[in-house]
Design a binder for this molecule. Structure first.
Ligand code: SF4
Length: 359
């Protein structure tokens, strides 16, 4: 079972898509005039009802994008992907909603409200702004302070029963009632933009969040009185951690954090990360590397190389064995330093703005 609270490290994306009826994103890619590089490169691999969003983007109609956050540690490169998507949709006139799941953090992770708020502002919102997201007109809110969302969640709660929640999330008799209720608040997060104005809503997520999407779509269909448009979703791949498993804030060695500074330690992390290189230099030159299994290549693909031609060149030079892993990792570290230095500078300015966003 894939739930938002437990994700096994090996996910068979194809099987999951077939099982839950998620459509391949590549089938809709050519309908977009200017797809994001994460879409072109297959990092965003699946969708539900994205056709509605394509229509809005093509015809200049209004739509909203909801992307919640539950801060639990430092923000790393895996988290950055969501911000990149929000920036893209904002440039296509989407209304951006960012709920901060402090209720869920309290119920499911035992995090107190003040700590969640501080982490959300100083780590996440600061980085969101520094990365280029304009939050001035966006709707950023704490779940615990949003009465519209809370009221809606109380009404929606009547539309779902315990057996269904158990079947979707694997809840047991030990689950506290707050945790049980947390998904309903998320459903309200996703549906509430339509209370003001009926419009398509998109939720870009990792596959672990799909239970929320399925529940939201089911509940939206049951609430005839609201006449909700069923929300659309896209699914992106998880970024692999530097050591091969999932990138995780709680395992420092697996992640590069957005607040990392260029340092010996960071260099060491990059230089010792898992690659698709061969056992020996001789073999690498003879048979070529395997970029598909390489974390360095993943860093280029997801974050550090925006130009498709440059990426293709790295890919081909790796495959032919012309590019060696030592040289390639050095280049990756240099690109990373350039990126982080720029982001660090921007974050200094963003930090001041970030607290104002939640006022
Ligand atoms: Fe990875 Fe670069 Fe080595 Fe290819 S050459 S396997 S992309 S580190």
């Amino acid at each position: 079972m894939i739930t938002p609270w437990e994700v096994s490290e090996e996910i068979d994306y194809k099987e999951t898509m077939e099982k839950f009826g998620i459509k391949p994103f590549k089938d809709i890619l050519n309908k977009l005039e200017n797809p994001h590089y994460l879409m072109r490169r297959g990092v965003i691999f699946g969708h539900r009802d994205f056709e509605k969003i394509v229509e809005c983007m093509r015809e200049g109609k209004r739509f909203a994008v909801v992307s919640g956050m539950m801060p639990s540690g430092r923000m790393h490169f895996g988290h950055k992907m969501v911000v990149d998507q929000l920036i893209y949709y904002q440039s296509h006139n989407a209304e951006i909603y960012i709920p901060i799941a402090d209720l869920e953090a309290y119920w499911a992770r035992e995090m107190d409200f003040e700590r969640t708020k501080k982490l959300a502002v100083e780590e996440y919102i600061t980085n969101y702004i520094a990365l280029g997201l304009n939050l001035e007109n966006a709707h950023v809110y704490l779940q615990s302070k949003n009465n519209v969302v809370k009221d809606l969640s109380l009404r929606l709660a009547k539309r779902v029963n315990l057996s269904e929640m158990k079947a979707i999330y694997g809840f047991t008799g030990e689950t506290n009632i707050g945790h049980l209720f947390a998904p309903i608040v998320q459903v309200a997060d996703i549906l509430h933009p339509q209370l003001e104005e009926r419009m398509p809503v998109l939720v870009p997520v990792g596959i672990d969040q799909d239970p929320h999407i399925r529940l939201t779509r089911d509940i939206a269909g049951r609430c005839k009185e609201y006449n909700f448009i069923s929300p659309s979703s896209t699914y992106h791949r998880f970024m692999t951690g530097l050591t091969g498993g999932k990138m995780s804030s709680s395992k420092e060695e697996t992640a590069i954090f957005l607040s990392d500074k260029p340092s010996k330690e960071l260099r060491k992390k990059v230089m010792s990360c898992k690659t698709g290189g061969r056992e020996t230099l001789e073999e690498h030159k003879k048979y070529g590397g395997i970029p598909e299994r390489c974390i360095v290549y993943e860093l280029y693909l997801y974050h550090l190389v925006e130009d498709d031609r440059e990426l293709m060149e790295i890919y081909e030079n790796c495959k032919s064995g012309e590019l060696t892993c030592g040289k390639c990792k050095k280049m990756c570290y240099e690109k990373l330093v350039e990126f982080l230095e720029d982001l660090n500078e921007k974050r200094e300015v963003a930090r001041e703005q970030a607290w104002d966003i939640l006022k």
